[in-house]
Design a protein around this ligand. Structure first.
Ligand code: FAD
Length: 317
């Protein structure tokens, strides 16, 4: 089913949620991931989202994983697809295969330059930005009405961009005007900034559902690498909370869970986000704990009081 139709039909009193996974490189990794996904599917997500490797490097594995979650597990699947580092023929083939496998949701992306290359050269001159992929799908008689299309947005700004926020929002509006049905955001930790950004999105006349990107912090090292790579702003109080526990993976994980819960609770109260997109890093425990603490799964959180009492910067009641 198309995600926007599911969102519209939902009676949930809180935002819906989906889980992002990347296809593992090995068969064993694939099997392990499938076991995790099947457990997380029991939590009734809006969708499973499956990432796409640069230049189609994970083409078969992304399509296999997405086909499996869509058909075997019966969970609506959002297949990510980049365009600027792939030939047009490959884009068409992938869309065709996705359609054959029952996938109805595509996250239309530009993609990043291959690792180590600073110069950006589009493989096909017709695909320079994600907008071009949205337009391509919408203009194709084969795909136009079949796919519900999502696009990416960056509340902290795109890491490579030299543009100001207004110009970035104008390009976001172009993607929606070209036919995108919903927006999925980059992960963020500065909730005040996100809320201001979302207000500006709405003021620009962008009315489609926004799905907020949340990544529970797993380890200090991976967190530090990712925020640097993606240009994510982190409020000083979060850095101060993390500094004394950075060497202790379990305390960092606990903190990450609590921070995600706090963030989602604020988004639920203070914004119109339609859903939360969990960047799982292919891990299941933290996301599961977040949903339990939010009491969105119908299952009581086993260590609720302990976690609340022991986590630095505690504000949950
Ligand atoms: P665009 O929308 O094309 O924007 C890229 C930049 O160009 C922005 O600064 C934008 O403002 C600017 N721009 C847009 N249109 C124009 C124009 N007409 N003229 C001038 N400038 C313009 N990457 C992967 O490789 N695989 C994935 O699976 C993947 N999943 C992602 C999921 C999410 C939720 C997000 C947020 C990102 C994901 N990415 C993924 C990363 C993404 O491919 C990169 O961030 C990429 O650099 C930008 O992609 P985009 O679709 O946002 O590009």
């Amino acid at each position: 089913m198309k995600l926007t139709e599911k969102i519209k039909a939902s009676w949930s009193p809180h935002p819906l949620y989906m889980f992002e996974f990347f296809p593992p490189r090995t068969d064993q990794g694939f099997e392990n991931l499938i076991a995790r996904i099947s457990r997380l599917c029991a939590l009734n997500p809006l969708a499973i989202s499956v990432t796409w490797g640069a230049g189609g490097s994970t083409r078969e594995r992304s399509l296999d994983l997405a086909g499996l979650t869509q058909t075997e597990y019966g969970v609506d699947t959002l297949l990510h697809l980049t365009c600027t580092n792939m030939e047009l023929g490959m884009v068409e083939d992938v869309l065709r295969t996705a359609k054959e496998r029952g996938i109805q949701n595509i996250l239309a992306l530009r993609g990043d330059p291959p690792r180590g290359e600073e110069e950006w050269i589009a493989v096909d001159p017709r695909f320079k930005h994600a907008t071009d992929l949205v337009k391509f799908i919408r203009s194709s008689p084969e795909f136009a009405s079949h796919f519900c299309i999502g696009v990416a947005a960056y509340p902290d700004g795109h890491s490579e961009s030299t543009l100001d926020e207004d110009a970035e929002l104008a390009f976001l509006k172009d993607k929606v005007d070209a036919g995108a049905d919903f927006i999925v955001t980059q992960l963020f930790y500065d909730v005040d900034r996100f809320l201001k950004w979302l207000k500006k999105v709405r003021e620009k006349g962008i009315t489609v559902p926004v799905i907020a990107g949340i990544m529970p912090i797993q380890t200090y090292g991976s967190f530090a690498r990712l925020i640097k790579l993606c240009g994510i702003r982190v409020p000083q109080d979060i850095m101060d909370d993390l500094a004394p526990i950075s060497h202790d993976d379990q305390l960092v994980k606990d903190y990450g869970v609590k921070l995600a819960v706090d963030t989602i609770q604020r988004l639920t109260k203070e914004s119109d986000v339609a859903a939360v997109h969990f960047y799982t890093l292919n891990l299941e425990k933290s996301v599961q704990r977040v949903l339990e603490l939010l009491q969105w799964t119908g299952v009581p959180a086993p260590n609720h009081n302990k976690l609340i009492a022991e986590t630095p910067g505690n504000t949950i009641h």
